[in-house]
Design a protein around this ligand. Structure first.
Ligand code: AMP
Ligand code: ZN
Length: 452
C-alpha cells in the first residue's frame, strides 16, 4: 500500500511497525458547536483508510480524541477558549456543552457508518498525564514560565520548523508581539496556561500550586503517549493542522521522550461550498440536517466525499450531491441483481479496486473500476459484503430482497403485458411503483430496481 506522507512530501510504501496491526491517531473535534459537513470529510477519508488497511488483512488500533478543553479561538495562544465561549453563548456549563456537542458528533459519526475507533478519549480525562508530560519537558529544559503560562522554547528544538517547512525568520518578522513580550520566539507556544487574575475560566486544575489548564496541543501528545505509544504508524488530521497543531504535537513528544511521534502523516484538504470558503458570515455552513431536509442522505454525502481524493481541495454543490446520490443508487441496483440473476465472477474487480485504494487511497479510481463492472455483471452476497466492508456505504443493507407478494405482481404484470392487456399491466406497474420499485423489461421477464 502506498500513502502520501506529509513528513517526506512523497508517496511512500506503507511499512507498519507491526505487520499485523497499525496504530493510528486522528485529531478529533472541539465540541463547542455542531460539526459541519466540511468537518466530517476528514473522518470519512480516515474511515476509508481504516477500511483499506482491514481489506489488506491488517487490524487497526485507532484512537480519536475529543477536545473538551484548551482549544483557543486563535492559534496564537491568546484567544478565548472555544469551550468557554460556547458555554457563555448558551448559558450552560462547559461540561454540559461538551456532553451535548460530543453526543451530536458521535451520533453523526454513527449515521455516517464510520467504524468506531478502538478508543475515543476526552482531553479532560488526561489532565494528570498532561502534567507528567509538562514535567518531562521542563526537566529537559524546554520550558520557560511567563505570566500567561508555561511556554515551549522552540529555539531549543532544532528540528521544530522541519515538519511544516516553516520559515521561522519570516514568522518572526510578521509576528504580532502583544502580551507575549515575554515570549522568546514567535513560534513558541503554551503547553500549560495559568489562570490569570480576574480571568473567568470554568475548567481549571491545580498544578505547581496554581490553577491552570492544558494548552491545546498537549492532549494529542499525551493521549498518543498513553494509549498507543510513540512512534505510531499513522497520524491523520486536517491540512490546517500542519503548521501549528501538528508541529507543536511533534515538538512536545519528541522533546520530552526522544522518540519519533509518527512514521506517516496524512492530511485531508478542505472543501469549499459553491466556490466559497465555509464561513458563518457567508451563510454557507451546512449541517447534515440541511442535507436531509433537501432529500439527501448521510450516505449520499459520503458517496460525494469518497468520489474525490483526500488531498484535493473540493467544491461542494448541491447539484453534485444529486449526481452522487444517483451513482450510489446505481450501485444499490447492481447489488439488487443478486436477488434476480446468477452471479458472475467479479474476482478481478476486487483486485482492481484494491489496487486503486492501495495507491494512496485513490477512491475515485476504485469507483471507476466498479462502474466498468456493474453493467455486465451480477454480484453475489460475498461481493456485496466486500463493497460494504471496503466503502461503508451500506449498499447491501439498503438493498434487501423484495417480498413474494411484489414478486407475484411483477410476474402478473409481465404476463398481462405479453397478453396485450395494457390497462392491467399499467395498473400493476403503478402499484409496484408505490412500493418504491421500478421495472425494466427484457425478453423473458422484468428486472426490478429501487427507485430511490
Ligand atoms: P474547527 O472546529 O473549525 O477547528 O474545525 C475542526 C476541523 O475540521 C479543522 O481542524 C479542519 O481540519 C476541519 N475542517 C474545518 N473546515 C473544513 C472544511 N471546509 N473542509 C474540510 N475540513 C474542514
Ligand atoms: Zn491533535
Amino acid at each position: 500500500m502506498k500513502l502520501y506522507n506529509t513528513l517526506s512530501r512523497k508517496v511512500e510504501d506503507f511499512k507498519p511497525i507491526n505487520a499485523k496491526c497499525a496504530k493510528i491517531y486522528t485529531c478529533g473535534p472541539t465540541v463547542y458547536w455542531y460539526a459541519h459537513i466540511g468537518n466530517f470529510t476528514s473522518y470519512i477519508y480516515w474511515d476509508l483508510l481504516v477500511r483499506t488497511l482491514r481489506a489488506n488483512g491488517m487490524k487497526v488500533d485507532r484512537v480519536l480524541n475529543i477536545t473538551d478543553v484548551g482549544h483557543l479561538a486563535s492559534d496564537a495562544d491568546d484567544g478565548e477558549d472555544k469551550m468557554e465561549k460556547g458555554a457563555k453563548r448558551e448559558g450552560k456549563t462547559v461540561w454540559e456543552i461538551a456532553e451535548m456537542y460530543m453526543g451530536d458528533f458521535l451520533d453523526n459519526f454513527k449515521k455516517l457508518n464510520l467504524i468506531e475507533p478502538t478508543s475515543i478519549c476526552r482531553a479532560t480525562d488526561f489532565i494528570n498525564e498532561d502534567m507528567a508530560l509538562v514535567d518531562a519537558l521542563d526537566k529537559k529544559g524546554f520550558l520557560y514560565d511567563t505570566t500567561d503560562g508555561l511556554y515551549f522554547d522552540t529555539s531549543k528544538f532544532p528540528t521544530y520548523a522541519d515538519f511544516a517547512r516553516l520559515d521561522l525568520d519570516h514568522l518572526k518578522a510578521g509576528a504580532r508581539i502583544d502580551f507575549s513580550s515575554e515570549k522568546r520566539n514567535a513560534s513558541d507556544f503554551a503547553v500549560w496556561k495559568w489562570i490569570r487574575e480576574g480571568e473567568d475560566h470554568a475548567m481549571q486544575w491545580e498544578y505547581r500550586g496554581r490553577m491552570g489548564y492544558p494548552g491545546w496541543h498537549l492532549e494529542c501528545a499525551t493521549i498518543i503517549h498513553e494509549k498507543l505509544g510513540e512512534p505510531i504508524d499513522i497520524h491523520c488530521g486536517g491540512i490546517d493542522h500542519i503548521p501549528v497543531h501538528h508541529t507543536n504535537e511533534i515538538a512536545e513528544i519528541e522533546a520530552a521522550y526522544g522518540h519519533k511521534m509518527a512514521n506517516y502523516w496524512l492530511h485531508n484538504n478542505f472543501i469549499t461550498i459553491e466556490g466559497e470558503k465555509i464561513s458563518k458570515s457567508l451563510g454557507n455552513v451546512y449541517y447534515f440536517s440541511d442535507l436531509v431536509e433537501r432529500g439527501y442522505s448521510y450516505m449520499d454525502y459520503k458517496m460525494w466525499v469518497l468520489q474525490g481524493h483526500f488531498q484535493s481541495e473540493r467544491n461542494f454543490a448541491f447539484s453534485d450531491l444529486g449526481a452522487a446520490k444517483q451513482r450510489l443508487l446505481n450501485y444499490r441496483n447492481f447489488a439488487a441483481l443478486r436477488w434476480q440473476k446468477k452471479a458472475t465472477d467479479l474476482a478481478n474487480v476486487r483486485i482492481s479496486m484494491m489496487e486503486q485504494l492501495n495507491n494512496n487511497l485513490n477512491s475515485a479510481g476504485a469507483f471507476a473500476e466498479l462502474d466498468k463492472a456493474i453493467n455486465n455483471n451480477v454480484p453475489d452476497d460475498a461481493f456485496v459484503d466486500f463493497l460494504d466492508e471496503l466503502l461503508g456505504l451500506n449498499i447491501g443493507e439498503s438493498t434487501p430482497d423484495i417480498s413474494d407478494e411484489i414478486k407475484g405482481k411483477i410476474d402478473e404484470r409481465f404476463e398481462a403485458k405479453k397478453a396485450k392487456d395494457f390497462a392491467k399491466a399499467d395498473a400493476l406497474r403503478d402499484e409496484i411503483a408505490q412500493e418504491g420499485i421500478a421495472l425494466l423489461d427484457n425478453a423473458d421477464g422484468s428486472i426490478w430496481q429501487f427507485i430511490n
